[in-house]
Design a protein around this ligand. Structure first.
Ligand code: ZN
Length: 156
């Protein structure tokens, strides 16, 4: 008896679990010129994002979440986001954000591993968890000093 191949949703779940357990780029970047803070009071997720730019390229990116303040979805999403945008141009990163948002709003899957979050669509209350890091990235790139919060952003 051979076991059936894991279905896609299981594979996706593994990606999220892996990034939650071992978040990539989980670091503070003291010298970062672009920083942003994100808050999702509905779930209790809080993120501090650091973006280092080299001209219009994201040369380094890191994030921190105060102990116990990030759920699995928000942490895994932040980890995958940093992995996806590192080394990319600002415009490409913003396009990825758009693709990610479109996916969660019911559109086509975002490219690459970001598609792992397509399952979040079925849980509307968790969409803000998945989007949080991306909104923080957007705010950091815009040079916005005000913390982003899921309560004030109408199109979150
Ligand atoms: Zn959350």
């Amino acid at each position: 008896m051979s076991s059936p191949p894991p279905d896609l949703s299981e594979l996706y779940q593994q990606v999220i679990l892996d990034h939650n357990r071992n978040p990539r780029n989980f670091k503070r970047i003291e010298s970062a010129k672009c920083k942003a803070e994100g808050n999702n009071p509905l779930c209790g997720d809080r993120i501090q994002l650091y973006v280092q730019l080299d001209d219009d390229t994201i040369s380094d990116v890191g994030f921190q979440m105060p102990q116990g303040s990030g759920c699995a979805i928000s942490k895994a999403s932040a980890s995958l986001m940093t992995e996806a945008v590192k080394g990319k141009r600002i415009g490409d990163a913003e396009e990825m954000f758009e693709a990610f948002r479109t996916m969660l709003a019911g559109g086509a899957n975002a490219p690459g591993k970001l598609a792992a979050f397509s399952g979040v669509r079925a849980f509307p209350s968790r969409i803000k968890c998945a989007n949080l890091a991306w909104h923080a990235l957007h705010a950091a790139l815009q040079g916005s000093a005000a913390p982003v919060t899921t309560e004030s952003a109408r199109d979150f």
